[in-house]
Ligand binder design. Structure first.
Ligand code: APR
Ligand code: PHB
Length: 389
């Protein structure tokens, strides 16, 4: 097979890139290790920055998102029995859109299918070859048969556990990582959300988040121990613990019900540099991970896709390599700011096992400063709705 851009990974980053390239007349093939249903079975965050909304519009995939998504102008932060609101509209003039990553992914798969896009599912043994030459190729197997794609560029969109990052030699690659000493236990339930906006809760029992997908579907999280497994948590135990971590007024009105999904995710900050090696470009979780506090994972993948698709468009339209040469630097400049925000917002809201009495006072002072200070709120709001790209 021949194509212009071989894309490893059919998650949101790979799909969005493929669709945007298609709209601009550039051919690509996606190689995905799992099935479409498997990819769509993953429950991830559901807060979209305007940058991603615009990219979905450019990709011609924004119809259902605009019809079914909810625009949010603010979010609440609670600590103990206190609660305050950060007004995104007032501080930035920009809302965020509540629309699940699963739905974004579904819309992109539908668009790729409609356009006759090539996606190879259930591939194994993907290997990127000759990325440091003008003629890279990708080898893989499907149903036990060896295959090969010759291409001009390779986009590594294969997530944190993918192979693309490993194709960059260790002499060139540098990785930065922070592991957090707790996880998030998440529950999806067919219940009305406890509040019309998200609530991020710092409590002495640990962090909690009240989020949603729509008026009848809620998503809640509580900070948990890394040794916990979802089976350790009955629905009743989950709801009881959530109620103890949010202010009484919300706990009293929380509607509970059976969970339809329950999972535990570890928290990690991770960045690999550079994001380009020869004709291989890393995009999304393949290059960086943020803790979920602030929902920057998908949004940061989207800004990478923006830089990469514009770079490839310039290359094919004008013969210019300027965008390609600038890709890693441009993408990383924004990635590190999303890393900083996610790390800061996580530090503000979680209980850390080694926190001293002094550390707790610092956390409280930070919360009270944010509550009272317009400049601090503005900085938070600008980061939350998404820094420009
Ligand atoms: N070969 C082919 N496909 C692979 C391989 C491989 N060796 N390894 C992984 N994949 C596939 C995975 O099955 C997955 O579908 O690559 C895809 C990567 O998708 P994601 O992990 O979703 O990563 P990305 O597309 O970068 O999306 C950004 O934002 O909210 C965050 O982590 C969240 O998924 C999210 C991400
Ligand atoms: C979610 O709805 O899953 C969600 C929302 C906001 C976050 C993280 C996750 O910060």
């Amino acid at each position: 097979m021949r194509t212009q851009v071989a894309i490893i990974g059919g998650g949101p980053a790979g799909l969005l890139l493929s669709q945007l390239l298609h709209v601009n007349g550039i051919d690509s093939v996606i190689l995905e290790r799992k099935t479409r249903d498997y990819v769509l079975g993953r429950i991830r965050a559901g807060v979209l920055e305007q940058g991603l909304v615009r990219l979905m519009e450019e990709a011609g995939c924004a119809g259902r998102m605009h019809a079914e998504g909810f625009s949010h102008d603010g979010a609440l932060i609670s600590y103990g029995s206190e609660i305050f609101r950060i007004d995104f509209a007032e501080h930035t003039g920009t809302p965020v859109l509540i629309y699940g990553q699963t739905e974004v992914t579904r819309d992109l798969y539908d668009a790729r299918e409609k356009a006759g896009g090539k996606i190879e599912f259930e591939v194994d043994d993907v290997m990127i070859r000759d990325a440091d030459t003008d003629r890279p190729h990708v080898q893989y197997t499907r149903n036990g048969t060896a295959r090969r794609i010759d291409c001009e560029f390779v986009a590594g969109c294969d997530g944190f556990h993918g192979v693309s990052r490993q194709a960059i030699p260790l002499t060139v690659r540098r990785e930065y990582e922070k592991i957090y000493p707790f996880g998030w236990l998440g529950v999806l339930s067919k219940t009305p959300p406890v509040n019309h906006e998200l609530i991020y809760a710092n409590s002495e029992r640990g962090f909690a988040l009240c989020s949603m997908r729509n008026d009848h579907l809620s998503r809640y999280y509580i900070q948990c121990s890394l040794s916990d497994s979802p089976a350790d948590w009955t629905d009743e135990a989950f709801w009881e613990e959530l109620k103890r971590r949010i202010p009484k007024a919300q706990a009293d009105t929380l509607v509970t019900g059976p969970s339809i999904e329950k999972s535990i995710a570890p928290l990690r900050s991770f960045v690999t540099e550079p994001m380009r090696w020869g004709r291989l470009f890393l995009c999304g979780d393949a290059a960086h991970i943020v803790p979920p506090t602030g929902a920057k994972g998908l949004n940061t993948a989207a800004s990478d896709v923006h830089y990469l698709y514009n770079a490839l468009r310039e290359y094919y339209r004008d013969g210019s390599e300027a965008g390609i040469n600038a890709y890693s630097k441009r993408a990383l400049a924004r990635v590190w700011k999303a890393e900083r925000f996610s790390w800061w917002f996580s530090s503000l809201l979680h209980r850390y096992p080694d926190q001293s009495a002094f550390d707790l006072k610092m956390q409280l002072a930070e919360l009270e400063f944010l509550r009272a200070n317009r400049a601090a709120q503005q900085a938070m709001a600008e980061n939350y709705v998404g820094l420009p790209y």
